[in-house]
Design a protein around this ligand. Structure first.
Ligand SMILES: [Zn+2]
Length: 294
């Protein structure tokens, strides 16, 4: 057995590797190689690159055997890297807290007082899309939920709780569903094969494909991929509108407004899909009207 590492803290194994690899964005998929070059160009040292020489790890390998495989020098380096990559966060945090205090002495006093964000952001978990950084918002201005491929599934208690809390208690004015081109989750859903544990999650996107099959089947390659990303955002916006919290709050206050955006890695810009909140709400309420009591 050989070890497979993307970075020391991201071990994958056996069948799950196949599924996870499908989630990798276009352009860096390596399905059959012995190892994948770590994608962390900002790693604190060149150490991560050397991990590429390690052996492939398999979940079926007994723990003791796995331990025996690791050579002491590599083990030492792995531990050193783990310590460094942990410690840098605390160094960064200390630096950030000092900077914020310098810029605005009352900053942390204000944060402690509570939150009143205008925005709820529902985005992809992809590490390349820092919501506050790309929107220029400060801590306290955006309530955030992220999952693979920015899905709003009505039996996902997590996202439903977030929407409910953001709308009914925080009284957010805007709900943004933000997808991104090059989304690994969408790509995986376009791949017709068994993805194991990911199947139920990806089913949501495959259903979006089915709903828009006529349009998507006229497209090829990247154009099809990009369009499914947009259509997925559109359908998730519709799912947000289907919730009782959003419908009832809108009926009372004329907010929140739901928006569908897509982020592009190529230029760092957000594209507004011009989701028609009111038009979609009217259409949805023909069947999903939840504004009336029993
Ligand atoms: Zn994504």
């Amino acid at each position: 057995m050989v070890m497979l590492l993307r970075a020391p803290h991201v071990r994958t194994a056996g069948r799950s590797w196949t599924a996870l690899n499908a989630l990798r964005p276009r352009g860096d998929v390596a399905t059959s190689s012995k190892f994948v070059t770590p994608r962390y160009s900002t790693t604190p040292s060149a150490f991560a690159l050397r991990l590429g020489s390690q052996e492939r790890y398999c979940s079926s390998t007994p723990v003791l055997q796995r331990r025996r495989m690791a050579d002491p020098e590599t083990t030492k380096e792995v531990r050193k890297y783990l310590q460094q990559s942990h410690d840098r966060i605390f160094e960064n945090n200390k630096h950030w807290a000092e900077e914020m205090r310098k810029k605005k002495p009352e900053f942390f006093t204000d944060l402690s007082a509570g939150q009143a964000p205008d925005y709820l952001w529902i985005g992809c978990s992809d590490s390349r899309i820092p919501a506050e950084a790309i929107t220029g918002l400060e801590p306290g201005e955006m309530f955030i939920h992220r999952n693979i491929a920015n899905l709003v599934n009505n039996i996902d208690l997590n996202v439903m709780s977030v929407v409910n809390y953001a709308v009914r208690h925080l009284k957010v004015k805007h709900i943004v569903v933000c997808g991104h081109y090059g989304c690994g989750g969408v790509k995986a859903a376009m791949t017709p094969k068994d993805m194991g544990l990911l199947n139920p999650w990806l089913r949501n996107i495959r259903d979006v494909y089915r709903l828009h099959q006529d349009e998507l089947d006229t497209l090829e390659g990247e154009a099809k991929y990009d369009r499914l990303v947009e259509l997925n955002v559109h359908e998730q916006c519709r799912n947000v509108i289907k919730t009782a919290a959003v419908q009832q709050c809108w009926a009372e206050n004329e907010f929140p407004v739901v928006h569908g955006w897509v982020f592009g890695f190529n230029d760092g810009l957000l594209k507004d899909l011009k989701f028609d909140h009111e038009g979609q709400l009217a259409e949805i309420q023909k069947i999903y009207d939840l504004t009336k009591d029993f």
